[in-house]
Design a protein around this ligand. Structure first.
Ligand code: SF4
Length: 288
């Protein structure tokens, strides 16, 4: 069996930086409770490892209440996905220290939207933290949400040339389909494709595998948007291949697959997947 690792692989720059920030904050404040507000990385193995290091994840269900529960013994770290400004304002008012690990790509997207001269159509997933951070800007400007699953919401766009901008981890092909739908309604819309390079390069690489690849394993947690896109692209582009999405080697090995007939395998990882998880699966395939 020939095995290819789809590159780039391992954490993207934004995830690497967010983990570094959280670990530095913990090291410099050993006696404080370090709370990451949301999943720092959309990977359960990584989040569990951080928990062992004393970096606690707060799963956000009721943000205002949860933020108000912090005390001066807490330090809060906001994730790479961005957060509504009101969240940090709550902490500032209570005198609680916080750090913002927002990815520079997400931050520049938020700034572009905030400073756009006209109306905005934002393409993303309604339940993704990046989308929530964008929609929090609605107090200043008109932003319609084009949810990838359910289409455009009821926000009224009055001009024919809104700025169309998107979540950083969407699928290239999915975005092009949505563009066509928007173009039909807003022929003069202005497009700003914000899929980040970490996401785009992985998607392009998975679409450029040998056509006769017969096993593709995409490694990453269900919460990871860009991992999900890699999986869907692999399923669409290689209809004859066996395509799996797994969290880690433990999950993959539970399938007890007979791999003797596999000639070409490929392993891909999302931007939040540690490279070690990919390498473990590579070693497993080599041992078959
Ligand atoms: S996937 Fe892209 S936007 Fe998201 S953290 Fe990584 S580099 Fe930043």
């Amino acid at each position: 069996m020939i095995t290819t690792i789809v590159k780039p692989v391992g954490y993207c720059g934004g995830v690497t930086r967010a983990i570094e920030i959280a670990r530095t904050v913990k090291k410099e404040n050993p006696d404080k409770r370090i709370n990451v507000f949301g999943m720092l990385v959309h990977n359960y193995d990584v989040v569990n490892k951080l928990e062992e290091e004393g970096i606690h994840t707060v799963y956000v269900t009721d943000p205002i209440r949860q933020l108000n529960e912090f005390t001066k013994d807490d330090i809060v770290v906001f994730t790479s996905h961005g957060h509504p400004k009101t969240y940090s304002e709550i902490l500032e008012a209570k005198g609680i220290t916080y750090y913002d690990a927002v990815c520079v790509r997400v931050k520049s997207n938020l700034d572009r939207i905030a400073n756009a001269p006209g109306e905005v159509i934002y393409i993303g997933y309604a339940d993704h933290p990046e989308t929530k951070a964008v929609l929090a800007l609605r107090d200043k400007k008109t932003i319609a949400l084009y949810d990838v699953h359910s289409g455009m919401d009821a926000t009224v766009i009055t001009t024919m040339n809104p700025l169309v901008i998107n979540q950083t981890t969407l699928s290239i092909t999915e975005l092009n389909k949505i563009y066509s739908a928007i173009k039909f309604k807003y022929p003069d819309a202005i497009y700003s494709d914000e899929i980040c390079s970490a996401t785009r390069l992985r998607q392009q690489a998975i679409m450029n595998l040998d056509e006769d690849t017969d096993l593709i394993i995409v490694v990453g947690s269900p919460k990871s948007s860009n991992t999900d896109k890699l999986f869907k692209l692999a399923k669409t582009h290689y209809p004859n291949a066996n395509v799996f999405k797994v969290d880690n080697i433990e999950q993959f090995s539970r399938y007890h697959l007979n791999l003797k007939h596999i000639k070409k395998a490929a392993i891909a990882g999302g931007a939040s997947t540690p490279i070690e998880q990919v390498e473990k699966i590579e070693r497993y395939l080599a041992s078959q």
